[in-house]
Design a protein around this ligand. Structure first.
Ligand code: RB5
Length: 138
């Protein structure tokens, strides 16, 4: 599975820590602490997912809010903030999220790694959820 990661300056430190833990991540930037705009990172990630170049995206800004709003503007993107462990499971099982989102200023790296692992080991349930997901893109 190809997983891409992107962050604004508020998520840069967390992105770098995650790359140490998951060395195969495809890094879409940003590449320094210099201030940048989270919609630009969300746009790059959405293109990567919608083209099939990546199967899953990880996005990070300060809170996770701005970058998830931005990513969810793109038809076909289902971005979910994994704010606790139960949500990490449900975001895959029920929502089949293709982008998972974290807050670089609100979450610890240990919590984030645990939630990524929960998400990855959970399977999408399909069934009634297929119908609901189809309605998202009308
Ligand atoms: C940047 O300062 C900050 O606004 C951004 O990272 C994010 O938290 C927005 O939702």
């Amino acid at each position: 599975m190809k997983i891409a990661i992107g962050a604004d300056h508020g998520g840069f430190d967390l992105k770098e820590k995650l790359k140490l833990h998951y060395p195969d991540l495809i890094d879409l930037g940003t590449f320094s602490h210099e201030s940048c705009d989270y919609p630009d990172i969300a746009k790059a990630m959405s293109a990567k997912i919608l083209s099939g170049e990546a199967d899953l995206g990880i996005l990070i800004c300060g809170t996770g809010i701005g970058i998830s709003i931005a990513a969810n503007r793109y038809k076909g993107i289902r971005a979910a903030i994994l704010y606790d462990d139960f949500v990490a499971e449900m975001a895959h099982q029920h929502n089949n999220a293709n982008v998972i989102v974290f807050g670089g200023r609100t979450m610890s790296v240990d919590d984030v790694i645990r939630r990524i692992d929960i998400f990855l080991k959970t399977k999408y349930e399909g069934g009634r959820h297929d119908r609901r997901l189809a309605k998202l893109d009308l």
